[in-house]
Design a binder for this molecule. Structure first.
Ligand SMILES: C[S@@+](CC[C@H](N)C(=O)[O-])C[C@H]1O[C@@H](n2cnc3c(N)ncnc32)[C@H](O)[C@@H]1O
Length: 269
């Protein structure tokens, strides 16, 4: 996930927060990811339209006849809501709270609760999408590889896999910066990223919900992210996917120092 904090902290580039795994050993929350955050997510996060537009551009550019899409980690459905030109929309997410929001926003989509690390839905799709650093939410590279396997199994022969990641450099930079504070509606969001070794980061998300007068309720979640080198990603994709496009935010070939890396791949037959 991410939010553009440029309005809150002009010195800082648009950011992307993260999500957690209940298998993660290094963050201490007992609250499942996004359980509390879901209610505030859309108001607190970035405008999803540029993300959706980027996905649409890839589909139109590389598989204009696409009719079915599966979004992994669909969250509140903000991307699926922009893909309604495709008749068959499916979203998979493990957070019932996020899916509840999505079901209101994209009633046409089929929404499934489950883990994107390992899944089998018994069908294939023209396009699989996994964006807004959802892949970073899987906290081991083995889990990323397992997800790549599942994506391969769920794509038609020339199907597209569209995803993005937060880079190693971005998560390191975020951890070196002070927490950012953002006001939305009457509430306050504070996000603080800390990094451990091996590309792991922890996002502490505190929402002070204004409940009247000078009273606030505090909601706290800890969400983990893993970043790996782009070369490691390319190598893991290589046998099964052809890389069609790889870009940074500025449209150039991304490096491990870029903010984000956007990938569009085609399933090899
Ligand atoms: C940052 S949000 C992105 C939501 C959406 N893709 C968007 O662009 O707005 C990450 C989503 O991934 C989901 N998620 C994280 N890890 C997951 C996992 N292992 N299995 C299923 N969903 C997961 C979270 O519940 C959350 O809804």
């Amino acid at each position: 996930m991410a939010r553009d904090v440029s309005t809150a902290r002009p010195s800082r580039a648009p950011r992307t927060p993260a999500a957690t795994s209940d298998r993660a050993v290094w963050h201490g929350t007992a609250v499942p990811d996004y359980e509390r955050f879901a209610r505030f997510y859309d108001a607190a996060m970035d405008d999803p339209r540029p993300r959706g537009a980027r996905v649409l551009r890839s589909i139109e550019g590389y598989l204009p006849r696409a009719a079915s899409v599966l979004e992994l980690g669909c969250g509140t459905g903000s991307i699926l809501a922009q893909l309604t030109a495709l008749p068959f929309l499916t979203g998979l997410d493990r957070s019932p709270e996020m899916l509840a929001v999505a079901s209101q926003k994209v009633p046409a989509a089929r929404l499934l609760e489950g883990d994107i690390e390992e899944f089998w839905l018994g069908e294939r799709f023209d396009v699989v999408v996994c964006v807004f650093d959802t892949l970073n939410h899987l906290l081991t590279f083995e889990a990323w590889q397992s997800m790549f396997d599942a994506v391969y199994d769920h794509l038609v022969d020339d199907g597209l896999f569209i995803f993005d990641v937060n880079t190693l450099g971005e998560l390191r930079r975020l951890s070196e910066e002070p927490p950012w504070v953002f006001e939305f509606d009457d509430h306050v969001l504070i996000m603080d990223v800390t990094s451990a070794e091996d590309g792991l980061s922890q996002w502490d998300i505190r929402i002070f919900e204004h409940v009247g007068g000078s009273r606030f309720d505090l909601h706290h979640e800890q969400i983990g992210e893993l970043a790996v080198s782009l070369q490691r990603i390319r190598t893991a994709l290589e046998p099964r996917f052809t890389l069609l496009e790889e870009a940074s935010d500025s449209g150039e070939t991304p490096t491990d120092g870029s903010v984000k890396a956007y990938f569009t791949c085609r399933r090899a037959p």
